[in-house]
Design a protein around this ligand. Structure first.
Ligand code: FMN
Length: 364
């Protein structure tokens, strides 16, 4: 497809999101890069990486754990200690210095963890004691997931408090807003979906109950941040991290309808299998989900320029979020605008390994 002038202009033109005017409609996806330092704090190298990508209309930070309990991979950054706040501030300052905007993605992995990553080698927590298929990435290599411990009902307020504390830390770290990570089979998604939630208390069973924790988290976070600086990430039809739901359209329609009461800025949807096919089950519709929601819609998964232009031309999304393409193309916005060749990042550069494959990708 040849890009029309009108659609190019639109994708690359400023647009409002909450109180912000983004310089374009291209958003950098949260990308875990496993390059945090001591105390799970980031430093100057990470700030350089984000600063190189500040021409995105908005950067969503890599997922950042809200507590030690919320950690599920080696070398990921946290956002709950002063040291971590200071580290993140280097990144937000660097992005702001280039007139960019940056939200923090708040993350609790639930069962997608391992005792090696937990305080005192405790079991990871989850809605129900169901072991996920797959392996955890620990400091000493990949290890089989274990059967997690089901959270007691009395522990739920403590989980919400972890989100509140992390959201306060994100404010101190001068982020412009927060994105609640409710996608990809992590804790909030584990509560939402019936494959992973077999609880018999008020947080399991019916859709209303399964959505309760997520909605309580959103309600609590609106006491810390203005709702229009809050977004949420959802992956309704993805099976990432061994997640599934019998009726995703019903589940997520309920979630989005309920989210409307909070007037948050956006829902950010992974359309299809995370990093995989964009195939959508016949009984699911992202267009319908978007129509139910009273804020903005960010579309992600497998977008290239052609798809992004089509989505804008057909008004299927307000913003387009790119993940993998931002890894090796720090100036992705300029490259897309001018039709320059894009570089593909080899998978071995995705996680760990310091500056190589991280801050050393040239601008075109
Ligand atoms: C290296 C890597 C790390 C990722 N880390 C995160 C993350 O921290 N949080 C998240 O929500 N998604 C994460 N994802 C998923 C991406 O945000 C995005 O949904 C996915 O790559 C599909 O978009 P794309 O086709 O534009 O790459 C990650 C993906 C990759 C490749």
């Amino acid at each position: 497809m040849t890009a029309t002038k009108t659609s190019i202009a639109d994708l690359f033109k400023p647009a409002k999101l909450g109180p912000f005017t983004l310089s374009n409609r291209i958003i950098m996806a949260p990308l875990t890069r496993s390059r945090a330092g001591k105390g799970d704090a980031q430093g100057k190298m990470n700030a350089d990486y984000y600063s190189q990508r500040a021409s995105a209309g908005l950067i969503i930070s890599e997922a950042t754990q809200i507590s030690q309990q919320g950690k599920g991979y080696a070398f990921t950054p946290g956002i709950y200690t002063d040291e971590q706040v200071n580290g993140w501030t280097l990144s937000t300052d660097a992005v702001h210095a280039k007139s960019g905007l940056m939200f923090a993605q708040l993350w609790h992995v639930g069962r997608i963890s391992h005792p090696d990553l937990q305080a005192d080698n405790q079991l990871p927590v989850a809605p129900s004691a169901i072991r996920p298929e797959g392996k955890a990435f620990t400091e000493t290599g990949f290890k089989d997931f274990v059967t997690p411990r089901a959270l007691e009902t009395s522990e739920i307020p403590g989980i919400i408090q972890q989100y509140v504390h992390a959201a306060e830390c994100a404010k101190k770290a001068k982020f412009d807003g927060i994105e609640i990570h409710a996608a990809n089979g992590y804790l909030l998604d584990q509560f939402l979906r019936d494959k992973t939630n077999r609880r018999t208390d008020n947080y399991g069973g019916s859709i209303e109950n399964r959505a309760r924790l997520l909605l309580e988290v959103v309600a609590a976070l609106t006491t810390v941040w203005s709702p229009d600086c809050i977004g949420i990430r959802l992956s309704p039809v993805s099976h990432a991290n061994d997640i599934a739901d019998s009726h995703p359209m019903e589940t997520f329609s309920y979630v989005v309808n309920q989210l409307n009461q909070f007037n948050i800025a956006y829902i950010h949807c992974i359309e299809g299998e995370t990093m995989g096919p964009r195939t959508i089950p016949a009984d699911f519709s992202f267009a319908k989900l978007r129509n139910l929601f009273n804020g903005r819609y960010i579309a992600n998964n497998g977008y290239d320029l052609k798809l992004a232009l089509q989505a804008r031309d057909n008004n299927l999304a307000d913003f387009i979020c790119f993940g993998r393409l931002f890894i090796a193309n720090p100036d992705l916005v300029a490259r897309l605008m001018t039709g320059k060749k894009l570089t593909e990042a080899p998978k071995e550069t995705w996680y760990g390994n310091g500056a190589h494959g991280y801050t050393d990708w040239p601008v075109s």
